[in-house]
Ligand binder design. Structure first.
Ligand code: BES
Ligand code: ZN
Length: 614
């Protein structure tokens, strides 16, 4: 089986370990690197191998210490450039070779964002962060960049001495750089085998604070205390997850709060979850993202999708575990409420892609498809919906969690396909095969659009949201005075989010309605990013011109793609402000994350290659 997103032929050889030496150059925005890959041959008479690269300058290649011949192929739009290496020796199956590549990254490496001091909270020091998932590691390190391959790593990172480096690994000390006394070398060890997309690095003026027996929060000093408060439930969540899924094998579980341009809500980098600062709501109401990233320690990081076509195995199971943690720490009703919200997110994704778009398949073909273009709520929420449907059919949450745990145990330290998952499901529930055979597997896995079955969820917590949304939808102008501040005072922030999501599913409210809503609920004042995001979209859809600058401000002040892309798109669809959306984007794109700016450019139908860094 091959990986449509990699040139590195994981069926011919596999990397077992990486030894990295990185030297960061903040003036030139490049990393000068040397990587030693320990590679095992899987076939007889093995004499050449291919690594994935993207925009890397390859300086030299050695195999077992001997200079080697290498060539690079043509650049593919998203797979990058294959680096073909001829070995001076022939290996037989099971033998190892150490391949050493010296290289330099490009300032426009898609895995990296280099921030100037002005772009940081402290304003004094520069900052660098990486985001390798799905296929960007190759722009930082030449490697076999496929989730089917797992390896350990060791790293030494040289940075200017006022900066601190952290990685997705256990910290292994630091010393003055023997080659330059103005620099410090930080060392890291990851002794659990993991896929390349989980390699991660951050360098900046970082500080940290302990929040639990195995956890610290890291960020610029401006956010450390706020983050420590927001994520104070971390140890409770870890314990709950261990009860559900088995021991946590990664040692440390730290959380790093990134600058606002971080493109995701959270990223499950081992030992060091990355989090967007938009989670800092001040009331712990967005902590489900941490429950989610913690859950990836089992589903994703221990058991990994074999290729990005099976991404739902990572995200669907992780959402399932995340909601099981919510069930333990809150209630079953809360889980059902969140599941219902997820179904709504799935409906929105299916609508955006189109119900016949093959990218809405649970298991899509990614032959010549960029994983960043395929990304959506579908693998998360169609995946969750399938698991929840199976849970209902097979005997409830406790029974189904037994299966999830055994799936984790069986495939721990490996990478799996949807077929292997299904095979284990049939083995585990061998007494209920008749039930399993009634599931329309082809419709669930390989058919676009909404799933064939709509699960029923308890509506206890949703009822208040539904009732209030209905009042607004049905209200005539003359009814508007019946709305009161107290309508929302009784709603939790989760319910307020749900209320706004319900309105976003309907035709736009009349302008008078959203103006009245502002007058009574004052949602413009909300600093909860999930609330603000939905509210501003609602206003722009109702063609409220005053909301346009607020929407564009939110789209650019933070860069979480879940918010930034729809906000830009929403303003772009407001004909009168299309030009404004475009000019704000053009003015900001140079300061944006490379992946975010590329995707927003596609969304707004602007030339995606016209990035400032090229
Ligand atoms: N692993 C993902 C983020 C990701 C996916 C990055 C694909 C790059 C490519 C992470 O675990 C995630 O799903 N984050 C969500 C959290 C949410 C579902 C609770 C996010 O960023 O919003
Ligand atoms: Zn996830």
């Amino acid at each position: 089986m091959s990986d449509p997103c990699s040139f590195s032929a994981p069926n011919r050889c596999v990397t077992k370990h990486l030894n990295l030496s990185l030297r960061l150059d903040f003036d030139r925005h490049v990393i000068r690197g040397r990587v030693e890959l320990t590679v095992e041959a899987l076939e007889h008479r093995f004499s050449s191998l291919t690594l994935d690269t993207r925009d890397l300058k390859i300086i030299s290649v050695k195999a077992n210490g001997q200079a080697s011949v290498f060539t690079t192929g043509p650049k593919h739009s998203f797979k990058g450039t294959p680096l073909d290496i001829t070995l001076p020796i022939e290996l037989s199956r099971g033998q190892h070779v150490i391949v050493e590549v010296t290289y330099e990254t490009s300032p426009s490496a898609t895995a990296l964002q280099w921030l100037t001091p002005e772009q940081t909270a402290g304003k004094k020091q520069p900052y660098l962060f990486s985001q390798c998932q799905a296929h960007h590691c190759r722009s930082m390190i030449p490697c076999q960049d496929s989730p089917s391959i797992k390896h350990t790593y060791y790293a030494q990172v040289s940075v200017p001495k006022d900066l601190v480096a952290v990685m997705s690994a256990v910290r292994d000390g630091q010393d003055v750089d023997p080659q330059d006394s103005s620099r410090v070398v930080y060392r890291f060890r990851q002794s659990v085998p993991m896929p390349s997309y989980l390699i991660a690095i951050v360098v900046g003026a970082l500080e940290s604070r302990e929040i639990g027996p195995r956890s610290r929060v890291w960020s610029e000093k401006e956010f450390v205390d706020k983050a420590a408060f927001e994520f104070s439930e971390t140890e409770a969540m870890l314990k709950t997850a261990e009860d559900l899924a088995g021991p946590y094998v990664w040692g440390q579980y730290d959380i790093l709060v990134l600058p606002p341009s971080f493109p995701y809500g959270g990223m499950e980098n081992p030992c060091l979850t990355f989090a967007t600062p938009t989670l800092l709501a001040g009331d712990k109401s967005l902590s489900n993202v941490i429950a989610h990233e913690i859950s990836h320690s089992w589903t994703g990081n221990l058991v990994t999708n074999k290729t990005w076509e099976h991404f739902w195995l990572n995200e669907g199971h992780t959402v399932y575990l995340e909601r099981m943690i919510g069930r333990s720490l809150e209630s079953e009703q809360f889980r059902q409420f969140k599941a219902m919200g997820g179904w709504k997110d799935l409906q929105e994704s299916v609508k955006t892609f189109g119900a016949d778009n093959p990218l809405t398949n649970l298991v899509p073909s990614l032959e010549e498809v960029d994983p960043d273009d395929a990304f959506s709520s579908v693998p998360y929420e169609k995946g969750f919906a399938l698991l929840y449907h199976l849970e209902e059919l097979l005997g409830g949450p406790e029974v189904f969690m037994g299966f999830v745990k055994s799936y984790i145990q069986l495939f721990a330290y490996g990478s799996v396909t949807s077929e292997q998952w299904k095979e284990h499901l049939f083995t585990y529930f061998k007494d209920k095969v008749d039930v399993l055979n009634k599931v329309d597997w082809n419709a669930w896995m390989f058919t676009p659009g909404m799933p064939p079955v709509k699960p029923q969820y308890d509506t206890t917590l949703a009822d208040a949201c539904i009732a209030l949304a209905q009042r607004w939808i049905k209200a005539e102008k003359s009814d508007l005075d019946s709305f009161k501040k107290s309508d929302v005072k009784v709603l939790s922030s989760h319910q307020l989010i749900e209320f706004l999501s319900l309105l976003l599913q309907e035709d736009p409210l009349p302008l008078t309605h959203v103006q009245k809503m502002q007058q009574v609920y004052d949602l413009n004042a909300s600093m909860n990013a999930e609330i603000r995001f939905r509210w501003l979209r609602l206003c722009v859809r109702s063609r409220w011109e005053e909301a346009v600058p607020l929407a564009l401000k939110m789209a650019t002040e933070q860069g979480r793609m879940k918010f930034t892309r729809p906000l830009f798109r929403e303003v772009f669809l407001f004909a009168k402000y299309r030009g404004e959306a475009l000019s704000v984007f053009q003015a900001q794109r140079g300061a944006m994350h490379p992946v975010t700016s590329g995707l927003v450019a596609k969304d707004l139908q602007v030339d995606a290659s016209n990035t400032s860094s090229l």
